[in-house]
Design a protein around this ligand. Structure first.
Ligand code: GLP
Length: 246
């Protein structure tokens, strides 16, 4: 069966995605109490996470996230859990209560396997939020990552490190991260991917209309049966009419 193509909505601006994302989370908590929500990190989600802080249904959902810099614990500046906690403090409360399942900071096979099993015991990720890198990465699955990859340690691409440089200044960004794999991401029951701004336009074009290939890891989302892509006009600017409609 060929999956239906991703639903694509082009919004006035990034702020317009916030109520849609809040509705996604509210709907999940109502439909599936105890379901596992997968956060994405990155500037794309900051506005949403700040808004979510006022209403995160922490008792009705479990949560996890996509990736972590190698060796970074939850309280280390620059790390992904630290970032989530800064924008959305209730995440830290969930972490203390065992309701937030952090990506391991180490990458040995036993630890990563145990993390995968923990996610599965929690019912698997019901709703996975995703961003996209300028080079077409999702999570930290850089170009060339096989589609059947599971949680693994990855070496970050130069564009990824360049984009992360500001958050680590005056230090250099890490070289490696632990990331969910492309197969891991594809197992989530629903994917919502957001991309805003001109620098994402080429990656968005490749994701939706380029070859379905590890050269653009995000193109894999076209194999998923339930995907919503939220763009602003700049991120959608290289799509031709009919490929992206509200
Ligand atoms: C980061 C993260 C991704 C994120 C992407 C885009 O490196 N690993 O999960 O989606 O790059 O980040 P931003 O939203 O800051 O553009």
């Amino acid at each position: 069966m060929t999956p239906r193509p991703p639903a694509v909505r082009v919004l006035a601006d990034a702020a317009a995605a916030v109520p849609l994302l809040l509705d996604e989370v509210r709907g999940l908590a109502q439909r599936e109490p105890g379901a596992l929500l997968g956060f994405a990190t990155g500037g794309t989600y900051t506005q949403f996470l700040r808004a979510l802080a006022a209403e995160l249904p922490a008792d009705r959902l479990l949560a996890t996230h996509l990736d972590e810099y190698l060796g970074f614990g939850p309280d280390r500046r620059g790390g992904m859990v630290h970032e989530l906690g800064q924008s959305c403090p209730p995440v830290l409360d969930m972490l203390r209560r065992g309701r937030f399942l952090p990506v391991p900071r180490v990458g040995d096979a036993a630890t990563l396997g145990a993390h995968e099993q923990r996610l599965q015991r929690a019912g698997g990720v019901a709703l996975q939020l995703l961003g996209i890198g300028r080079n077409g990465h999702i999570a930290f699955n850089e170009p060339g990552t096989p589609f059947d990859s599971e949680f693994h340690v990855t070496t970050l691409a130069e564009t990824t490190r360049a984009d992360a440089r500001a958050r680590f200044a005056p230090d250099e960004p890490p070289l490696q991260a632990v990331t969910s794999g492309l197969a891991t991401i594809l197992r989530a029951r629903r994917l919502v991917l957001c991309a805003f701004g001109k620098p994402k336009a080429e990656a968005v074009r490749a994701m939706l209309t380029g070859d379905l290939s590890p050269a653009c890891p995000a193109s894999l989302v076209r194999r998923h049966p339930d995907v919503l892509v939220l763009l602003d006009h700049d991120a959608a600017s290289l799509l031709t009419l009919g490929q992206a409609s509200a």
